[in-house]
Write a protein that binds this ligand. Structure first.
Ligand code: UD1
Length: 351
C-alpha cells in the first residue's frame, strides 16, 4: 500500500515523524513524503526534519508564503501532477494548516482516499483560518483519526458515519515520548542563561487573532511584561510576529541576560528538541498554540491558553492531571493498524 503524506508547516513535521517511522517498519507499506514549502526557513523547517529524524521529502512544492487562497491554490496546482505520477493508494494529511486542506481537496478530486490525522477538533470559531481547514478537510476525508473524545462527538454531530471515525490517540505525544531521551539531553536552559531552579515561563504567540492587530498585541504584551517582573519569560518569536514586535518597540535578538525575573527575552524560534526541553522544565507556559497546549498537558506544566476558545478541550478539562486517554505514545501504530486492515480488505470500504 502506497501512502503519500503531505506536510507544510512546523506542527505538521512533528506529527508526521512517528507515522513515517511506523510505515517504514511495515514492509507492506511504501511511503512518499511531500513538503509543500509553506514553511521554508531553516529554523521553521529543516531544523525540525533533523531533530525529528525525518528523511528529506521526496518532493518539495516550494509554495512559500502568500495570501491564503494563493497559498492553497499553489499547493493544489503543484501537488496534482505528483498524484498523477505517484498514484498513491491513500493521501495522508495531518493537522489543520492550509497545506492540509489543499492536499485533501486535490486528492479527493482524483478519487484518492484521504486519511486525516487529528480530525474532528473544533473551536467553533469560523474566524480562525484553521477552523475552516479542519471542517473542510474532515468533510472530504475517508479515514478520520481523532485524538480526543470531543473529536468523535463533533464528527458524529456533523453526520460523519461512525465507521470512518477512529479514536487512536495523539501522534504529537508519540513524537514527544520517542524523543524523550534526546530532548532531556538538551542544554538550552543553560545556553539561554536560565537558572531552572529559580523558575521561568515560556511564551509563544502567533495566532492572527492575537498578533495581527497592533492594539490587541499591545494589550496582550502589557500584562505579560508585568508578569515578567516576577518570573523571567522566554519568548521564541515566530516569523509571523517578528515584524510586529519590532513595530511595538520590542528589542528582538537580545541576549537574554540579565534575566533575573525582570524581562521578556525575545529569542529566535527554537528547534523541536530544545523547545520541548525548555517547556519541560518551565514553571508555566503561556501560549496560543494548540500543539503546545497538548505537550504541556503531558509534560505536567501548567498552561495558560491565551485564546477565547480551544479546539482541544481535553487540555483544559484534563489539564496536567495525568495523560488523556490513549496519549500513550502508540497512536501511529493504531493508525497503521487501521490502514493495514483496509489494505487487507478488512476495514470499512468507505473509499
Ligand atoms: C501556520 C498555520 C498555523 C500553524 C502555524 C505553525 C495556516 C493557516 N496557519 O501559520 O495553523 O499553527 O503555521 O507555525 O496554515 N514565515 C516566514 N518563514 C517561514 C514561515 C512563515 O518568514 O518559514 C512568515 C511569512 O512572513 C508568512 C508568515 O510567517 O507570511 C505566516 O506564515 P503562514 O504559513 O502563512 O502562517 P503561520 O502564521 O506560520
Amino acid at each position: 500500500m502506497h501512502i503519500l503524506s503531505i506536510v507544510g508547516a512546523r506542527p505538521n513535521f512533528v506529527k508526521i515523524a512517528p507515522l513515517i517511522r511506523e510505515m517504514t517498519r511495515r514492509p507492506a507499506f511504501t511511503s512518499t513524503l511531500v513538503h509543500t514549502g509553506q514553511h521554508y526557513d531553516a529554523a521553521m523547517s529543516e531544523r525540525f526534519f533533523r531533530d525529528l529524524e525525518i528523511h528529506p521529502p521526496h518532493f518539495n512544492l516550494e509554495v512559500g508564503s502568500g495570501a491564503h487562497a494563493i497559498q492553497t491554490a499553489h499547493v493544489m496546482e503543484r501537488l496534482d501532477p505528483i498524484l498523477e505520477e505517484v498514484r498513491p493508494d491513500i493521501v495522508l494529511v495531518v493537522g489543520d494548516v492550509n497545506s492540509t486542506l489543499a492536499a485533501s481537496i486535490t486528492a479527493v478530486k482524483r478519487a484518492i482516499p484521504v486519511a486525516h490525522v487529528e480530525a474532528g477538533l473544533r473551536s467553533f470559531d469560523r474566524s480562525m483560518p484553521e477552523e475552516i481547514n479542519r471542517v473542510l478537510t474532515d468533510a472530504v476525508s475517508d479515514f478520520l483519526f481523532v485524538t480526543e473524545e470531543s473529536g468523535r462527538d463533533n464528527l458524529l454531530r456533523e453526520g460523519v458515519s461512525p465507521e470512518k471515525i477512529h479514536f487512536v490517540g495523539n501522534v504529537m505525544i508519540d513524537a514527544l515520548e520517542s524523543s524523550r531521551h534526546r530532548w532531556q539531553g538538551s542544554a538550552i536552559a543553560q545556553s539561554l542563561g536560565l537558572d531552572p531552579g529559580a523558575g521561568y515561563a515560556v511564551l509563544t504567540l502567533h495566532r492572527p487573532s492575537n498578533v495581527d492587530d497592533p492594539r490587541t498585541l499591545a494589550n496582550l504584551l502589557e500584562p505579560l511584561q508585568m508578569l515578567s517582573r516576577h518570573i523571567p519569560i522566554i519568548f521564541p518569536v515566530h516569523p509571523r510576529v517578528r515584524q510586529r514586535l519590532v513595530q511595538q518597540g520590542c528589542r528582538l535578538g537580545d541576549a537574554p541576560q540579565p534575566l533575573e525575573g525582570k524581562a521578556i527575552a525575545y529569542v529566535d524560534p527554537l528547534g523541536y528538541l530544545d523547545f520541548v526541553a525548555l517547556v519541560s522544565r518551565a514553571r508555566l507556559v503561556l501560549t496560543d498554540s494548540g500543539g503546545i497546549q497538548e505537550e504541556a498537558t503531558i509534560l505536567g506544566v501548567p498552561c495558560l491558553t491565551l485564546r477565547d476558545n480551544t479546539e482541544r478541550p481535553v487540555t483544559i478539562t484534563h489539564g496536567t492531571h495525568g495523560a488523556p486517554p490513549l496519549w500513550d505514545g502508540h497512536a501511529a501504530e493504531r493508525i497503521l493498524d487501521v490502514l493495514d486492515d483496509y489494505r487487507q480488505g478488512k476495514g470499512p470500504a468507505s473509499a
